[in-house]
Design a protein around this ligand. Structure first.
Ligand code: FMN
Length: 147
């Protein structure tokens, strides 16, 4: 594949094609409401991204069950009450010509691995330091490589 291929559409087995090969990597931002409902900040973030020309935008890792919440203010997809916010985000993404996807996750594992090191649950209010981001990044990489 050459670099110019990155700008070519990608046909998928089902649904519409991606208009190019650029995909936004999932990024946990911990800005959802406490119950996992998408907040106005989630919406604003997606609206900004939708103007970026991506072929596909994924949400951050979203909880698939109430008992598997790893971080405070994590996006949730485990209740019908989350649907309106998710639909609103997906609509903004698709209006920008981009495919939308939810990254579903069961990151309960992180609660035992990260919190003892951080001493507390990371929150956006407390601020995430560079080394904490690196640790989180490493944990995700380890988690995904064990899948
Ligand atoms: C703050 C932060 C949040 C992240 N959140 C997620 C996430 O929700 N889901 C996921 O699969 N990866 C997550 N990652 C990993 C990134 O998506 C990405 O794989 C990683 O930063 C490596 O990117 P690079 O290959 O461009 O260096 C996160 C990384 C960071 C730094």
């Amino acid at each position: 594949m050459s670099v110019s291929d990155l700008f070519k559409p990608l046909t998928l087995l089902h649904g519409p094609a991606m208009r190019n090969r650029f995909m936004l990597t999932p990024l946990t931002s911990q800005q959802s409401d406490h119950d996992g409902t998408a907040s106005k900040y989630d919406q604003l973030w997606m609206e900004q991204l939708s103007k970026g020309g991506y072929g596909l935008i994924q949400t951050s890792a979203a909880t698939v069950e109430a008992g598997a919440i790893a971080f405070e203010h994590q996006l949730g997809i485990h209740s019908d009450k989350h649907l309106p916010g998710l639909i609103q985000m997906a609509t903004a993404i698709r209006e920008g010509g981009t495919l939308s996807a939810v990254q579903s996750s069961e990151f309960k594992i992180l609660e035992t691995e990260i919190i003892p090191k951080w001493g507390k649950k990371p929150t956006i209010e407390s601020g995430i330091l560079q080394h904490e981001c690196e640790l989180l990044n490493q944990q995700f990489t380890n988690y995904l490589s064990n899948q």
